[in-house]
Design a protein around this ligand. Sequence first.
Ligand code: NAP
Length: 300
Amino acid sequence: MPQTIGFIGLGIMGQPMALNLMQAGYALQVFNRTASKAETLQQAGAKVCTTPAEAASDADFVISIVSDTAAMEAVTLGPQGLMETLGKGSLFIDSSTISPVASRRFACHAAGRGAQMLDAPVTGSKHGAERGELTFMIGGERAAMDRAMSVLRVLGKKHIYCGANGAGLSAKLAQNAIQATMVEVFCEGFVLAAKAGVAPAVMMEIIQSSMARAALTDFKAPFIFKGDFTPYFPLKLMHKDLELAMEAAYAQSVVMPAAAAVKEVYGAAKAKGQGDRDYAAVITFLEEVAGIEVRSNSKA
Ligand code: NAP
């Protein structure tokens, strides 16, 4: 008998993760708020459920990956949420990027039902999810992580234990604050150079010949230069992660002045209608203010 996984959230990340688990031989019972997004999984043989509670029912593992803390609240503790059926002895793995404080509360609810919970946020974006090459940052009991590894190995190439419940999320928020800041400041530099008449291709050659070169901006640059902002990671979710990082910083008396400023730039781009595009679309706000388009000057 294959082990059963209740899988909740079939967005950019969840859909390919769920497909990889099916291909690895697990029996999946899936839930997505917008039912049409479950069609591919249904065709692949998954049982489609109409509530998170149904997806979690009799499952050995429950995996969730939804947008934000409010979405997790809804699928976990809302009406017909997964906590209504989460089984004794089961393991609940949440890969959403949400508030560490809220995640610890969900872990307490899981423990109250005799189940274990891990916060296991990811990095690696859509490609990493499709290829089963995500990196997981894991919080919770070490023994629970050991138990989860058979499933997590299907989804990722690296699994890093961070500490108690919430620690995986704390690490993820720090990582995304760094990533958001890198992309935004890369865009600032390219707007400055373009306005001064330095072509993006010339600027890129300079960056790639300098210590400022980074895998992240090497990956994002061709999309930025083409003006292709098909979402790998939606800008509104990056803004959400910066907001969560600010909350975490406040709670721990940490200051993050650069990330705080960058959060406002992502917020401005979101307010200008860029929220559903990739977070690299942050450049469009900087371009609008400067009155120049980097991509119009690009041959990439
Ligand atoms: P996405 O494509 O926008 O998918 C979001 C998912 O959450 C969808 O299944 C959506 O359902 C569900 N959802 C939203 N609000 C809900 C609610 N109130 N109740 C129930 N379900 C709700 O986002 P994603 O890119 O897959 O990201 C998912 C999570 O992974 C986020 O926390 C994100 O920060 C994190 N993450 C993303 C990436 C990336 O590169 N994309 C990388 C690392 C981490 P509907 O289909 O009904 O809207």
